[in-house]
Design a protein around this ligand. Structure first.
Ligand SMILES: NC(=O)c1ccc[n+]([C@@H]2O[C@H](COP(=O)([O-])OP(=O)(O)OC[C@H]3O[C@@H](n4cnc5c(N)ncnc54)[C@H](OP(=O)(O)O)[C@@H]3O)[C@@H](O)[C@H]2O)c1
Length: 297
């Protein structure tokens, strides 16, 4: 399927690593020109160079902190002045601080509101005038499975990302007739630096190893394994493409997020951690002995 991304221009935030990097890579592989942003210049320059070399596409790198409104203005201005257009916005940045609902500090709340709520509105506001002029565009917000289910230590993620869901639905209604489509995707357990450090923090609280923490997260998912960044990026590329022309205002949960407790085979109670499978292994509680792997066509 031709995703019709050749020569489109995409801005991708938080793009030196993890999910943002995978999105920039996949969009570039599909022929889009990409503008990448994150804070650490050296990491960003390395990523831009690697994508350029691997795909032969034009990659513009702008280092900056997306918590700051001015960085967002500069990023959109740089993209449009370099390429003369802007078709795709992948709104992604670092996650909010790890905190619990009751003990989150004022400072943590302030950071979460900038990074995980206002960021999405600011990026859209700066980009949409360009998309309107061109007659269309795609906005994809990378949120989190906390939209559906709280995770201990990630209270501020749920609070802010639910706000983005509401924002995106309103925005989808406001700009749909301009040909601009707005959708949210919610990763749950995709192996990146952030996920590894979140799981490490939680494992420490529970007194278990990182390996056990990752195995527990894998066992909680519908498909029984932790995902790869490109598995999210493929969904983002589809939503960015010409083939998603009748999808807007939606929020999509990745298969890597939780299955419901009732979905356990035979509804048996959860096994004790010590009996559960290690990361990458298929466990007894899942009723089979094969290693989980991506479904085949
Ligand atoms: N991985 C998952 O399974 C998962 C699950 C749920 C939600 N998410 C969400 O998805 C987003 C991306 O997560 P990830 O796992 O890809 O994280 P990651 O591996 O830590 O990568 C984060 C990227 O964002 C950049 N970044 C962080 N803060 C930034 C800021 N203020 N301004 C500009 N760039 C910034 C980082 O580079 P610098 O540090 O150099 O800026 C890096 O390039 C986060 O919001 C996270 O909460 C991820």
């Amino acid at each position: 399927m031709d995703l019709e991304l050749k020569d489109k221009v995409a801005v991708v935030g938080g793009a030196s690593k993890g999910l943002g990097r995978a999105c920039a890579e996949v969009l570039a592989e599909e022929g889009a020109r990409v503008v990448v942003c994150s804070r650490t210049q050296a990491d960003l320059d390395r990523t831009a160079k690697e994508i350029r070399e691997a795909t032969g596409t034009d990659v513009l790198a702008l280092a900056g902190d997306l918590d700051n409104h001015q960085t967002i203005r500069d990023l959109i201005a740089a993209a449009t002045s370099r390429f003369g257009r802007l078709d795709i916005l992948v709104n992604n940045s670092g996650g909010p601080p790890l905190a619990r609902a009751l003990s989150a500090t004022e400072e943590q709340w302030a950071t979460a509101l900038q990074r995980s709520l206002l960021f999405f509105a600011r990026m859209s506001r700066e980009a949409i005038p360009h998309m309107k002029r061109q007659g269309g565009g795609r906005i994809i917000n990378i949120l989190a499975a906390t939209v559906y289910q709280p995770i201990p230590n990630l209270a501020l993620s749920g609070v802010t990302r639910l706000g983005v869901v509401a924002f995106a639905k309103s925005l989808a209604d406001e700009v749909g007739r301009d040909g601009i489509l707005v959708n949210n995707v919610c990763p749950g357990s995709i192996l990146t630096d952030r996920m590894r450090s979140n799981v490490a923090a939680r494992a420490k609280e529970l007194g278990v190893s990182l390996e056990q923490g990752l195995a527990d997260r894998a066992a909680e998912t519908a498909v029984g394994r932790i995902g790869e960044p490109r598995e999210l990026a493929h969904l983002v590329a589809f939503l960015a493409s010409g083939k998603s022309s009748y999808i807007t205002g939606t929020t999509m949960l990745r298969a890597s997020a939780w299955r419901s407790p009732g979905a356990r085979p035979g509804s048996e109670p959860p096994e004790p951690a010590a009996n559960r499978p290690r990361a990458g292994q298929r466990g007894r509680s899942r009723g089979g002995d094969e290693t989980p792997r991506p479904a085949r066509w």
